[in-house]
Design a protein around this ligand. Sequence first.
Ligand SMILES: NC(=O)c1ccc[n+]([C@@H]2O[C@H](COP(=O)([O-])OP(=O)(O)OC[C@H]3O[C@@H](n4cnc5c(N)ncnc54)[C@H](O)[C@@H]3O)[C@@H](O)[C@H]2O)c1
Ligand SMILES: [Zn+2]
Length: 579
Amino acid sequence: MTVQSDVLPKLIELEQIVVGRTSTADTVSKLGSSDVFKELVVWFTNIVIDSPDLMNELASSNNIKAIPIIRRLRACYSQPLKFVFSDFAELSKILVPNASEGITGFKNELLDNCAGKIRLSKVLSDGPFNSYFKNYEQELTNNNPHALYPTSPYRESRGSVTTGSDDQAFEAVMSSHTFTSIRIEENILSLNNTILSDIYRPLERCICLVDENVDKHFGRDIENYFRHSSTHLEKLVYRAMEVDKALNTVEKILGNFKSLGVSRNEPVLIIGGGVLADIGGLACALYHRNTPYIMVGSSIVSAIDAGPSPRTCCDGYGYKNLLGSYHTPILTITDRSFFKTLKIGWLRHGVAETIKMGVVKDEKLFCDLEDVGADLFKSKFGIEQENIKTKDIVEKSNKILAGAMRSYVSAEYENLYETHQCRPHAYGHTWSPGFEIKAGLLHGHAVSIGMGFGAFLSRKRDWIDDETFLRIIKLIESFELSLWHDILLEEPLIWESQERIIEKRGGNLAAPVPKHRIGNCGYINDLAREELKSSISEYHSFCQSLERKGIGVEPLCSDVGLEDPSTVHVPLKSAFAAE
Ligand SMILES: NC(=O)c1ccc[n+]([C@@H]2O[C@H](COP(=O)([O-])OP(=O)(O)OC[C@H]3O[C@@H](n4cnc5c(N)ncnc54)[C@H](O)[C@@H]3O)[C@@H](O)[C@H]2O)c1
Ligand SMILES: [Zn+2]
């Protein structure tokens, strides 16, 4: 079964059926009696959704964007025609662009016509293949229920149960598959960009969570975009600062979902920074136990890290990200054009997560970051080019965005449920969750302090040589990020952070640090209290010799116009204790 031999010729024949159409009703009945159409439906409903052959074929023919459409088409049998033909139109534009005009025209007709609401199964059973499809439906019911009545096309679960003859003992293995796509796009809100309208137009509405600050700058563009594509927009605007990253905001979002009756196959759209990504994603994980969502990251952090991340969460009991769920967006879109309204201080701290991936996972990315330096955030990833020395800043910024995404998702998605703790992307995040809020630090500065200290520990163990250690420190310094904050001298706090993270990591410290060379990761598991204390003291002396003594530029939330979470954060614990 290949797309080249089984699908391409049939899509061309399908184009012939619809291109010469007279009326919608007539075309619908022609489809119901077409052998080619029948074979296409059967082919799609039978595909194995994670078949390596299918993936490899589409990737090697540079048709990777066809993969999510084919996955959706597997469930075409019980879908309304407008969804089926939206997918056929998108697919034919990718696979047979010269034979896609008729299918696209027919799709548009279905979107505006009540015929678009007829289910494909009805069309097929009304034609000459009635008895064939009656049997086929029974076969799908028994053997392939995901192709017949999926809850949504983005997830699939399997399981097997073994029991003894007396049914007194059972053993079961369950697994679940989640499908997701990532696209690096330009100007997704421009009226001729169809990435969002292709998804929301057939649904007739879009429920969109927007960060309050993003709404100020892009709210009108969002409204215009959906008006232009005749899609009803339910725009829900939230204040989403670090202080709002709490259960009560998640509850507020859930209340809005309930009153709008969000359905389980209707992806919610989230446009915002890392905070909205985390709390909006968590609300989606909780609502109906699982509601799909599309993430558009409007800050650097959410564009390449929090956005595609499956780790949705909120803070609780004075700890960052304590409560949460694993719930990946079905689609993550990274679009540089949102960065133009970010403050330089936000961009600077956002780059910390990219440096992190360069140090422990991707040497190429590290070298690209060394090459561009601070111009990367000073130009807002190539959007503002005055006073910038780097030539080709747009190309270089795009390369870094793509590299950051490549290394992040390969680390994160291979270990979706964090079922092991060899997690390179946790570099810099071992001690920082315990001091970030209290110190009022921006997340990126807290992480870069953790990265500097982690590299120092690695050097002390002789896991990296002096040259590698200094390259890492120099890169962090050149991006004006922090390597030091005096909160590290609060020994009981740092020790408690370490104890908490050991709990969180299933009983092991497993602190990721660079090992042997740039782009490679190792894990420190034993670090006694005394050694932690003396290492911090040595690291402190080392930082004294650095430019600005290791203090970054605008390291605090309050430096860049954000509320200081250390002063306004009320741990939930005290609220419960009062009861
Ligand atoms: N889930 C994960 O895996 C993961 C990974 C990394 C970070 N995070 C979380 O992400 C958060 C940090 O993310 P962040 O840096 O995006 O912070 P943020 O969401 O607080 O955004 C920073 C500020 O920028 C504003 N903003 C966002 N996009 C804007 C735009 N385009 N124009 C103007 N203003 C805009 C926001 O309103 C906010 O005031 C932290 O809470 C961190 O824990 C989560
Ligand atoms: Zn982080």
